[in-house]
Design a protein around this ligand. Structure first.
Ligand code: NAD
Ligand code: TYD
Length: 343
């Protein structure tokens, strides 16, 4: 596994940047090429000083561009594919087409390049548990469970997974698919629940909690996700899907997560603003069985309470990082989605 050359896509985003840093740190001979379009969600500064490593190359480009992708695929041992439009709320409005183009077409362009130019390369498709749709308690879908995506985001991710698996069957590529639950931690864009609520709480702004805050997500620390991906690369098998989940016990509702954030920031309860109907087709509960991956030796390290506290400390100490992301276009998105311009 050591000393491999990895083409990472979306390595300037939240999870991809953590993966790149971890890979460069843990494997002193790893070489990384990072292909990223630098959308609103990507920033090279997320790599910190690792961006200066002679073992790291950044390519500013689009996974939907075959010429760009064709130039990068030959000679790599792995393609680890994070690049995506990743925010459900942005997919439920007028931008659903961008999710289909990036998440489905972009994945196809990468797979097609591997098939033509480097069929011995391994391909890790970074998927999401949201492809299983709303999971009635106490169910825990396994990797063979039916896909029932509810949003254009999760449907586009399901399409990408299916394409990748079809390339494995049709063309014999070594494709592996991970399906992870909601991540949290440092460097997450403040559009997502946990960083949005932390940063709003730090500024004394309202926390727009959807639909009573009763929904359940199986929050996993981003570092635990990246360890899981390394496990899949090292010990997983071609053609297999691996669910990745914290399996929080007890499961936490969004309201309970919000309370943890209020406790850790010292912000008042009165900031919670109950909002109805902001997300059409909102899934009540996500959960997965991650037994298959745990049998390979992976397990998450951090519990949610200490993870939230640590994440609050990071956002408290990195105000300039998240203030830069709450820019004019973010304010426009916020105004359009939440009906007010005050993020
Ligand atoms: P993110 O939105 O933080 O980052 C996405 C990155 O992809 C950005 O750097 C962006 O610039 C880049 N990108 C977007 N379109 C591109 C294109 N056409 N070409 C090249 N680069 C492009 O996303 P994230 O939260 O880090 O998620 C990474 C992956 O993990 C996604 O595939 C997502 O579906 C999946 N995932 C995320 C979570 C989560 O909780 N965030 C959970 C499970 C799976
Ligand atoms: P989010 O972080 O957007 O991730 P996902 O939609 O991929 O699960 O949302 C997590 C949960 O938090 C989800 O149930 C929706 C809820 N939520 C709010 O209540 N308010 C918000 O402003 C946001 C962004 C999310």
């Amino acid at each position: 596994m050591n000393g491999q050359k990895i083409l990472v896509t979306g390595g300037c985003g939240f999870i991809g940047s953590q993966f790149v840093k971890m890979q460069l740190e843990r494997d002193e001979s790893a070489q990384i090429i990072n292909l990223d379009l630098l959308t609103y969600a990507g920033d090279p500064s997320n790599l910190g000083t690792w961006a200066d490593s002679p073992r790291y190359t950044f390519v500013h480009g689009d996974i939907r561009d075959p010429a760009c992708v064709d130039a990068l695929v030959p000679g790599v041992d792995w393609v680890v594919h994070f690049a995506a439009e990743s925010h459900v709320d942005r997919s439920t409005g007028t931008r659903a087409g961008e999710f289909v183009e990036t998440n489905v077409l972009g994945t196809f362009v990468l797979l097609d390049a591997v098939k033509r130019l480097n069929p011995d390369a391994h391909f890790l498709q970074i998927g999401t548990d949201e492809v299983y749709g709303d999971v009635a308690a106490p169910g825990f879908p396994d990797e063979s469970s039916r896909l029932e995506p509810s949003s254009p985001y999760s449907a586009s991710k399901a399409g990408a997974d299916q394409l990748a698996l079809a390339f494995a069957i049709t063309h014999g590529l070594d494709v592996r698919v991970s399906r992870c639950t909601n991540n949290y931690g440092a460097f997450q864009h403040p559009e997502k629940l946990i960083p949005l609520f932390i940063t709003n709480a730090l500024d004394g702004l309202a926390l727009p909690l959807y639909d009573g805050g009763t929904q359940i997500r199986d929050w996993l620390r981003v570092s635990d996700h990246c360890h899981a991906l390394r496990t899949i690369m090292e010990k997983g098998q071609a053609g297999e899907i691996y669910n990745v989940g914290a399996n929080q016990d007890p499961e936490r509702t969004n309201r309970e997560i919000t309370q943890m954030i209020l406790d850790a920031t010292g912000a008042p309860q009165s900031l919670i603003e109950d909002r109805q109907g902001l997300r059409p087709g909102h899934d009540q509960r996500y959960a997965v069985s991650s037994q298959k991956l745990r049998q390979l030796g992976w397990s998450p390290e951090l519990d949610i309470e200490s993870g939230i506290e640590e994440t609050v400390r990071w956002y408290t100490d990195h105000r300039s990082w998240w203030e830069a992301r709450k820019d004019e276009s973010y304010r426009a998105y916020y105004a359009e989605h939440y009906g007010k311009s005050d993020p």
